[in-house]
Write a protein that binds this ligand. Sequence first.
Ligand code: MLT
Ligand code: MN
Ligand code: ZN
Length: 306
Amino acid sequence: MRITVLGSAAGGGFPQWNCNCRNCAGVRSGTVRARPRTQSSIFVLPDEGADGVLFNASPDILEQIRSRPALQPARALRDSAIAGVVLMDGQVDHATGLFMLRERKGALPLWCTDPVEEDLTEGNPILRVLGHYCGVDRHRIPLDGSAFAIPGVADLEFRALPLSSKAAPYSPHREQPVDGDNIGMLMLDRASGRRVFYAPGLGQITPAVFDAMAGADCVLVDGTFWTDDEMPRMGLSAKTARDIGHLPQSGPGGMLEWLAKLPAGTRRMLIHINNTNPILDEDSAERAQLQHAGVEVCEDGMQIHL
Ligand code: MLT
Ligand code: MN
Ligand code: ZN
């Protein structure tokens, strides 16, 4: 399986347009050693073949496609390597890029859960708007752990896991979560037998989530915040990481403790990193701590070959 990290930042990207926090101001002025990042998305290809699956359609999708030639194999006058789009939730950073895929002949093949389809039809009616352009060929992501496949991407098998995180602010489930507001995805390449677990928004590690992580060769998990009170402490928001569905990396019960429990050979990677997170600064103590723990920080353009 071949994974390209298209966008490794959380909503807002890095630097965020209106932000002058230490990281954002520092990456703009060159005083902090960090790389700019676009918003949360990965592209997954099997070992053989040119067509793959886009996970999330970020507001930065056009820039992401332009900078990764593998997404445009140019086999025809109009072409794309994107055989299907899979959404992990219905939030702005994961869904609004769908608008940018409207110039196509056939309906856009889209996999999402029922609650996400509802949010993207009612609260933020992207799918209804797309009905006036290419239309959407929507497939339901099952939540019972059964495997599904995506036509054109033989060899890859997908299983979704409902996660405790957060639905978008325009969802009726924002404060009354239902299964399927947010999912994690376990992907298996049947040819190589290699497995990846992907969960860019993950608020709680339940036994089922830990089992999925422990069974994977590589985990790409929520790297949004270093501390639970990162935003309140900086005066940027009253909400903690956990309030908005993200498990912080540090502290008791944090992501680092869980990652340390995985089998020794597991590749551990953080993705969906908020612009306030000190791990973005390559010279920070927090980044050194990750390195010591064998945890990688995703960056745009990173290729993961398993
Ligand atoms: C989140 O992951 O918490 C949201 O996507 C943030 C946002 O984009 O507004
Ligand atoms: Mn997000
Ligand atoms: Zn910032």
